[in-house]
Design a protein around this ligand. Sequence first.
Ligand code: BEZ
Ligand code: FE
Length: 318
Amino acid sequence: MDAVRDVKPGPGELFTEERSAEVVCASLAAAPEARVRQVLESLVRHLHGFVKDVELTEREWQQAIAFLTDTGHKCDDTRQEFILLSDVLGVSMLVETINHRAAGQATESTVTGPFHVVDSPPRELGADISLPGTGEPCLVTGRVTGPAGEPVPGAVVDVWHADAEGFYDVQRPDPAAVGSLRGLFTADDEGRFWFRTVVPRYYPIPVDGPVGRLLEAMARHPYRPAHIHFIVKAPGYAALTTHLFVDDSPYLDSDAVFGVKQSLVRAFPAVDDPDRARALGLANPFRSVDFEISLQPADGAGAGAGDGGAPGTTSTRT
Ligand code: BEZ
Ligand code: FE
């Protein structure tokens, strides 16, 4: 109990250092929506608590405003610096995790990131999505199941990842690269999917803006460990946004955006089998990985169930 803070402000109570949050929160009393009041009250209490905790100087306040202004100026149709800021502060992952709590055996979720495109090319099962001759060949197989282990035939598996040098297609100047390393697959009658690609490499998040300067000030590196992105959708199930992480990648324990969950890390063992490689249409030797994806029922997930990710936390390109 805090005697000073528990007393509701009387009508016309003036602002003081001691009761700043109470006075500002009282000004929200007429907001008609209960959720708006709840969120803003909590925000005001935490913000005032933070300013008092560190005794913020005027110079620091001005620097913070300038930083946020720069962050806004860095945003355009394809660059969302505020989301990047939320990513490196762990807020995107926290919102994602709260809104997509995985029950039982369900596959855990993680962030979408800025390199998803909504019009990814539809692909046949087994398609090669790499640019030919550009990295270590890799076979990705998997199966989409529901909570009781039942197969989910027809599940749509949206895949995208960086290449062997750590670049997404949209970061390459070469127009021929666009659409590579991504695709929409439809699972077969047993919920299975498979495709050919190359093993992705770790890569840095964009650091040519205010978030890059912030990382420098924190003495933090900008790298994400190697991963393949997935969004899996099927009628009756909650959409899942997740990654498959490569277990021998650097930065698994220091992801710049805190996206790693241990349950999503898999070995990509090397396969040296010329006959199998020939049958698959891959160079020998190749790497291989299997990713079982377990969906939750549409009504069994958090607030974002069925929408393919928490709205507003990512900058999915349109
Ligand atoms: C990504 O994995 O593509 C990503 C996620 C967050 C920030 C930058 C990139
Ligand atoms: Fe990524």
